[in-house]
Design a protein around this ligand. Structure first.
Ligand SMILES: Cc1ncc(COP(=O)(O)O)c(C=O)c1O
Length: 395
């Protein structure tokens, strides 16, 4: 049998410490490793495979499109891309769409759009305010945008034009706003920081401030969009509308795709301002159309609310039972369990051994981001595995 980790260490750049398992097949909320062991997948490609692994509507859309037309470049009109833009606009508060290939690219596009807006309407303003703990991607600009000093250090000097301020603090945004500011960019729930929710009225206050100053509000919904929080988009939970929104992760249920959406007044790109060779390619767009249609036709956000609540109730019971759990938090199916010490890796490994994939989002917390199609039965199984794992932990 091939030793895949050994082969990987010979040929692949080590940019991540991998979980020691080689996955070869998936179906719904389950995956199998190269030795045939089955796992319940509460990571789902890092909050990506929202319809589970290899959902037939996605697999069929990709296969059919791959036999029809794969790539043309954006010099030509292609139907899946236009259909995708139509679907996104008809189901959101935004008016125009640009399709790209990943979350960081969507955020780069959003920041470029905000800078164009700044050049055209705000006397050249170019600065974007972001928050500490945020994660917006790993290009140089998105590294600077992400409010995480440990990400910055290896790559200084970073592109200018980003100001990182305290999270959930409207006064910090107000004091950082100057005549150079063109936008504020936020995640409705900070996913990579460990599932940090926005305070109830925070986003409303930010929206009001942006309106007062005539600057744009960009919501990075790369992780929170496409049903994950129990609404199709996260902004719906907070009673506000962004000027620009970015999507990726769940949009193609595993097929790499991202999108920038903008309100008409913020949609200021003109031909030549921005493009992408692969962006909105027929195959990825067909996958995203199939995913979105399935989510909307089956009202998955409503189901996510219910199953998310069921999961949260079960986790709260576990918190009562195990004193080393300090907090369970989240919305819908974006959930974290926080511990009183750095035991995320120990929990991850014990879950792996018992057949449950979870994500260590920080050293003292794990994140659960199962597919949106799971039911109470899968939740019960995950809770029972977690209970078994926690019962083996020395308090
Ligand atoms: C909120 C948010 N923005 C952007 C990104 C970057 O997306 P990608 O990894 O597709 O570039 C992520 C990835 O985790 C994310 O969670």
């Amino acid at each position: 049998m091939v030793n895949w980790p050994e082969l990987e260490s010979k040929y692949y750049m080590h940019t991540i410490v991998r979980v020691p398992v080689t996955l070869v097949r998936g179906e719904g909320a389950r995956v199998w490793d190269d030795k045939g062991k089955e796992y319940l997948d509460f990571v789902c490609g890092l909050a990506v495979n929202c319809l589970g692994h290899c959902h037939p509507v996605v697999a069929d859309a990709v296969a059919e499109q791959a036999r029809t037309l794969i790539q043309t470049s954006n010099w030509y009109y292609t139907i899946p891309q236009i259909r995708l833009a139509e679907l996104l606009v008809k189901n959101s508060c935004l008016d125009k769409v640009f399709v790209c290939n990943s979350g960081l690219e969507a955020n780069e596009g959003a920041v470029k759009l905000a800078r164009r807006y700044g050049h055209l309407k705000l006397k050249g303003a170019y600065e974007v305010i972001t928050t500490m703990g945020s994660f917006h991607g790993r290009s140089l600009a998105m590294t600077a945008a992400s409010g995480q000093p440990k990400m910055h250090e290896p790559y200084v000097p970073l592109p200018v034009g980003f100001v990182n301020v305290a999270n959930n603090d409207i006064e910090a945004i107000k004091s950082a706003t100057t005549e150079k500011t063109c936008a504020v960019m936020l995640e409705p729930v900070q996913g990579e920081a460990g599932v940090i929710l926005s305070d109830d009225d925070y986003l409303k206050k930010v929206r009001e401030w942006c309106d007062r100053r005539g600057i744009l509000l960009i919501l990075d919904e790369v992780q929170t969009g496409i049903g994950r929080l129990g609404t199709l988009f996260g902004y719906e939970l907070y009673g506000i509308e962004p000027d620009i929104m970015t999507l990726a992760k769940g949009l193609g249920s595993g097929i790499p795709i991202g999108a920038v959406l903008a309100k008409e007044h913020a949609s200021v790109f003109v031909p030549g301002d921005h493009n992408s060779t692969f962006g909105g390619n027929p195959v990825t767009s067909a996958a995203a159309c199939a995913t979105l249609k399935y989510i909307i036709d089956n009202d998955l956000p409503a189901k996510v609310q219910k199953v998310g609540q069921y999961l949260m109730e079960g986790l709260k019971e576990l918190k009562k039972k195990y004193s080393f759990i300090t907090e369970v938090r989240g919305r819908g199916l974006l959930v974290a369990i926080e511990f009183n010490r750095d035991m995320g890796q120990e929990i991850l490994m014990a879950c792996l051994q018992k057949g449950l994939l979870v994500n260590k989002v920080k050293s003292s917390a794990i994140r659960l981001v199962p597919p949106l199609i799971i039911g109470n039965q899968e939740v019960d199984r995950a809770l029972s595995i977690l209970d078994g794992v926690f019962s083996g932990i020395v308090k």
